[in-house]
Ligand binder design. Structure first.
Ligand code: NAI
Ligand code: 15L
Length: 272
């Protein structure tokens, strides 16, 4: 049994799909885990503290962050959507989170950024951490804002953040695009542990992907982090070939790293 690294880890977006997948896996990381979301989380265990909080509510965010020495920030709009909810949750919400962190001892943050910050790069491109951002929609733009905000708080105040551009974090890859973008839940959990364990983090860009043979992203700048993903989407290729039609070579899902997100319109409230 490894010693907990943190006293109290805050997980925002804890009721969402990754929050639910990670809760148990992260139990050994912290003595207590504060589970925050807009909606109630499933029945908490004794070491878990449920908190209801809208990221757009600055006072509620301040109370949520107080007393935490690590933050796994998963909360917010996680797909393409009209601008107003993205503005509230991903832009105002992120500002509220960083201001609260500044007031409460600058707990280290892992920011769940997304491959949709770079979605207009092609699947034939290989990207390092310094590539130009090419967001594929308003959601991707909000994650690019989040990365820029985090970087500013690092340069101005020394606030450490891991900018994790998650690919497709699911139990297993289920389509051909995910042969490049998949991140297993186990690899994500070991990445989170590495981020909160490494003595000095800074504010690195980290590609959140498993060791996929067909991967698009280069994490070779991260030797110091001590994270080696173990899973590989390739082991699911036969299953995907058998269950999914192969996309046309010129389809967005086969051309762009962001897949179908590159084809979405700018949604208005009426269109969703
Ligand atoms: P999800 O949509 O299942 O969970 C997000 C959670 O945030 C939800 O439980 C929702 O209630 C909460 N939330 C939304 N607006 C909020 C607000 N205003 N205040 C407080 N909570 C709010 O998303 P998922 O899949 O669990 O992803 C977690 C994070 O990782 C998201 O930030 C997403 O953008 C990012 N990500 C996820 C990927 C994936 O493959 N699952 C890929 C890339 C990034
Ligand atoms: C994301 O950023 C989304 O949060 C997730 O739901 C998936 O769409 C993922 O990217 C992906 O690109 O597969």
């Amino acid at each position: 049994m490894t010693e907990p690294v943190l006293d109290r880890l805050l997980i925002t977006g804890a009721a969402g799909s990754l929050g639910r997948a990670l809760r148990q896996r992260l139990a050994p990381l912290a003595r207590r885990i504060r589970l925050a979301d807009l909606v109630p989380v499933d029945a908490p265990a004794p070491h878990e503290e449920p908190v209801t909080c809208d990221l757009a509510d600055a006072a509620a965010v301040d109370a949520m962050v107080k007393g935490c020495d690590g933050i796994l920030h998963l909360g917010g709009i996680s797909v393409e959507a009209p601008f107003d909810p993205i503005l509230q949750a991903n832009i105002l919400g992120l500002y509220n989170l960083y201001e609260a962190a500044r007031r409460h001892g600058q707990p280290r943050i892992l920011f769940a950024s997304s491959n949709h910050t770079v979605g207009f790069w092609k699947q034939t491109d290989r990207l390092g951490p310094d590539c130009t951002l090419r967001p594929d929609g308003l959601y991707g733009v909000s994650k690019a804002f989040g990365e820029a905000l985090a970087r500013m708080y690092f340069d101005k105040f020394g606030q450490e953040t891991a900018l994790v551009r998650i690919g497709s974090a699911t139990a297993e890859p289920t389509n051909h695009r995910m042969l490049g973008s998949w991140l297993s839940h186990d690899d994500l959990a070991t990445l989170i542990r590495a981020v909160f364990t490494v003595p000095k983090l800074g504010c690195p860009v980290i590609w959140g992907a498993s060791a996929n043979t067909q991967g698009w992203w280069d994490n070779s700048h991260l030797g110091w982090l001590g994270w080696t993903p173990q899973d590989n989407a390739e082991t699911f290729r036969a299953k995907i070939d058998a269950s999914q039609p192969r996309p046309a070579p010129d389809a967005a899902v086969a051309v762009y790293q962001g897949g179908i997100f590159t084809e979405y319109p700018i949604f208005t409230k009426d269109e969703t």
